[in-house]
Design a protein around this ligand. Structure first.
Ligand code: 13P
Length: 338
């Protein structure tokens, strides 16, 4: 695939007023989400849940693409249509999570590194055949008194860049995701620490992408916001979060990148939307700045669905549609508090 094709897909992923829905929870993570909601974690329930979300009427008006998990990209809707075909019909670009998750980084207590490079070339080839047009890899950066080490940052960004180069070779747009965690039990850092870690991580990432010959024009950045840890006594205002986030992105992200999307990372639904709106109100920026939320888009829909798996499908679909619509407005800086 040529760079023009990759550019076209990347631009469609951040089309004006649209963002991405992340339904790529691994089997372990979806088990936790279902358990919390009281839904039995069966393959059929996981299938029905993802179908409900991805076929919500009108979702494609606000959602450009969806990140799937390996199991999901192989599943069909209730009427036997491959889920990927149903998504394409709804105007939603299929994406796939291809990392194998974080493991402890040997020699660096508290730091983790994401695995999944071995055999990735073949897996990407198969995902492309199954209809994926972009892929996602998440690097996890923990903040404590002693973390992250510069070794952890470099190891993770090197892996992200290796993954990104393999994606482009396979004709998939890499969504490179460094997540600076804000919601772990020991997330007590303030916004200034978050800023410094984001700056170091993003500098290292773009160096690594350059070293691995990754074409930025066919790459999307998915990143966390600059925000205090969930358990910090010093919470920054929404305006401060927006200002610091824009400042670090402008300092580190080349203008040739087609777009930036945020993860929600444990922010409340309202916070995630308000922050995105304020960030866009500070624009125009060199790139479209939108969302690629998981929890902040789907948590309420799962809650509604869990109360009646057969009877509440339409209700849950209306909820996810509304969350997508609000975040679509925030991607334009035109969100009105409901
Ligand atoms: P959250 O928005 O729930 O953080 O999930 C997005 C995602 O894909 C994290 O990798």
């Amino acid at each position: 695939m040529s760079i023009e094709n990759l550019e076209e897909i990347a631009q469609a992923m951040v089309a004006t007023g649209k963002g991405i829905i992340a339904v790529d929870e691994s089997t372990n993570t979806i088990r936790k989400r279902f358990e919390a909601a009281g839904v039995e974690n069966t393959e059929e329930n996981r299938r029905a849940y993802r179908e409900l979300l991805l076929t919500a009427p009108g979702l494609g008006d606000h959602i450009s693409g969806a990140i799937l998990f390996d199991e999901t990209i192989r599943q069909k809707t209730g009427d036997g249509t491959p889920l990927v075909d149903a998504m394409k019909k709804a105007g939603i670009i299929p994406g796939i999570k291809v990392d194998k998750g974080p493991v402890p980084l040997a020699g660096f207590p508290g730091d983790v590194v994401t695995e999944g490079l071995d055999g990735l070339r073949d897996r990407l080839k198969e995902y492309a055949q199954l209809g994926a047009q972009f892929a996602k890899w998440r690097a996890v950066i923990n903040i404590t008194e002693d973390n992250p080490s510069s070794t952890a940052i470099e190891a993770n960004m090197h892996a992200l860049a290796r993954y990104a180069a393999l994606c482009q070779e396979a004709g998939l747009v890499p969504m490179v995701e460094p997540e600076v965690v804000m919601d772990s039990a020991d997330s007590t850092h303030d916004i200034d620490v978050s800023y410094d870690v984001h700056e170091a991580v993003l500098r290292s990432l773009f160096n690594a992408l350059y070293e691995q010959n990754v074409m930025l024009e066919g790459t999307i950045l998915k990143v966390s916001m600059v925000i205090a840890g969930k358990h910090s006594p010093e919470q920054a205002s929404p305006e401060e979060v927006a200002e610091a986030t824009v400042r670090v992105l402008k300092a580190t992200v080349p203008a040739s990148l087609p777009g930036i999307v945020f993860l929600s990372g444990g922010q409340s639904d309202a916070q995630a939307t308000e922050h995105l709106d304020l960030i866009n109100k500070l624009g125009p920026h060199p790139w479209p700045v939108s969302f690629s939320y998981g929890r902040a888009l789907v948590a309420e829909a799962l809650n509604v669905w869990s109360k009646d798996l057969k009877g509440n499908v339409a209700k849950a679909q209306a909820v996810v549609h509304e969350r997508a619509k609000e975040n679509g407005e925030a991607a334009l800086g035109q969100w009105k508090k409901r």
